[in-house]
Design a protein around this ligand. Structure first.
Ligand SMILES: [Zn+2]
Length: 255
């Protein structure tokens, strides 16, 4: 059964004279009256104060220390109350982009809620996107069927124009020996000339190994290195087989 009323009994906050009212829920209710008749005492200092106090009480002791604890208003009982928000008219800003949501900061909580429970999708291609921990990526790689030869690559450039001389030099200096450019494996100790007017995809080969018992820590290290180099991406290529792209961040690997 849904609660239909907010029932206030015996409100004596400030100048209220022990009043009792029933306010219908899910409606717009206006409290009017002469100046000093206790409109604010009822709306803000009793109903809102009690709603806020009960809400704060449901939070952990840790969270509560950051919030102002409200005093229990002078009232016998209030029933049918939900957590309350209060917007004071003088705080409303003139910006056309302000809404009840932004003024009350409810919008921030909604965003947080959706970011926690929602399934994020890429805004440009619509594919679901996910975030994987390095451990999950390692697990997935190790779950590839045994005796499979794989390459662990770090995607550095994805379809961008350029010669990437500096990048290639730097990789060579860091001790890497192979890169995959536009899908072709090339040794780094030979000069690589790229057409700077064309789009290129550049991946550095971090490791080449056989999936078998005992490679766990090696895979772990290589995944770490690949993630670090590309700022969160690892490409795994099964030799003559499938390819997998993993992202440590909540990002669309394609876009
Ligand atoms: Zn996308």
């Amino acid at each position: 059964m849904s609660i239909k009323l907010i029932s206030v009994r015996g409100a004596r906050q400030h100048n209220l004279k022990n009043i009792s009212v029933d306010i219908p829920r899910n409606t717009l209710t206006v409290i009017t009256g002469l100046s000093g008749s206790g409109k604010s005492s009822l709306a803000f200092d009793t109903i809102y104060a009690e709603g806020q106090r009960r809400y704060v009480e449901t939070l952990s002791a840790y969270a509560r220390q950051f919030l102002d604890q409200m005093e229990r208003p002078d009232v016998d009982t209030i029933e049918g109350l939900s957590p309350a928000i209060s917007i004071e008219q003088q705080t409303a800003s003139r910006s056309p982009r302000s809404t009840v949501g932004t003024i009350t900061e409810i919008y921030d909580y909604l965003r947080l809620l959706f970011s926690t429970i929602g399934t994020p999708h890429c805004p440009s291609c619509g594919k679901p996107i996910s975030r994987q921990t390095p451990e999950q990526i390692v697990e997935r790689i190790l779950s590839l069927s045994g005796s499979e030869r794989i390459l662990i690559l770090s995607p550095l450039v994805r379809g961008r124009k350029g010669e990437f001389k500096k990048e290639l030099e730097s990789l060579s200096r860091q001790g890497f020996t192979k890169v995959r450019i536009d899908g072709v494996l090339l040794p780094l100790d030979e000069p690589i000339r790229l057409d700077k007017r064309k789009n290129h995809t550049l991946e550095v080969v971090v490791d080449r190994l056989l999936i078998r018992p005992g490679v766990e820590s090696r895979v772990q290290n290589s995944v770490q290195t690949a993630l670090k180099l590309s700022n969160g991406l690892v490409q795994v290529a099964v030799i003559d087989g499938e390819e997998f792209l993993f992202s440590e961040k909540l990002a669309c690997p394609d876009c």
